[in-house]
Unconditional design. Structure first.
Length: 155
């Protein structure tokens, strides 16, 4: 198994995995068909990949088995750190047939090491209820953050 940051050539596969993830959750109906969605994701991430958004992947040959999206969010400059940032972790997904084999944990280990290299101050996320045990095992605090919710969270 290989672990690496996503490349532009991975975007179609990542978009299709996002579609599968969304269908699996089933809580919020799609407002476009799969082809339009995939095209939109590929177009959006072509300019943002490895700039604003980073996607760590676990691969066997060219098949992405699991991935984690991290958005690098720049903080307001301060005298001690004119450039500072943190990472927003989202869209963590492992293909169903590859779950419960430790692959997601391995990807997250790469993400945490990469976050140190990138000098990110912290990683944050808003986990859904079923994923909380996973995040606790990965040393994330999952207490309810100070957030003003504007609308319900939908996977």
């Amino acid at each position: 198994m290989k672990f690496r940051l996503a490349r532009e050539s991975d975007l179609d596969q990542l978009a299709r995995m996002r579609w599968s993830y969304w269908l699996e959750g089933g809580a919020d109906p799609a407002k476009q068909d799969e082809k339009a969605f995939v095209n939109h994701v590929v177009e959006t991430f072509t300019t943002k990949l490895n700039k604003d958004w980073f996607v760590w992947c676990a691969l066997e040959k060219d098949l992405i088995l699991s991935h984690v999206y991290i958005q690098r969010i720049q903080k307001v400059p301060k005298p001690s750190a004119p450039v500072d940032a943190f990472g927003y972790v989202t869209n963590v997904y492992t293909r169903p047939q590859h779950r419960n084999k430790g692959i997601g944990s391995q990807v997250l280990s790469h993400v945490k090491a990469w976050a140190l290299e990138m000098d990110l101050e912290f990683l944050m996320l808003w986990p859904n209820e079923p994923s909380i045990p996973f995040w606790r095992r990965m040393d994330f605090r999952v207490d309810d953050p100070l957030v003003r919710k504007i609308r319900p969270y939908v996977n």
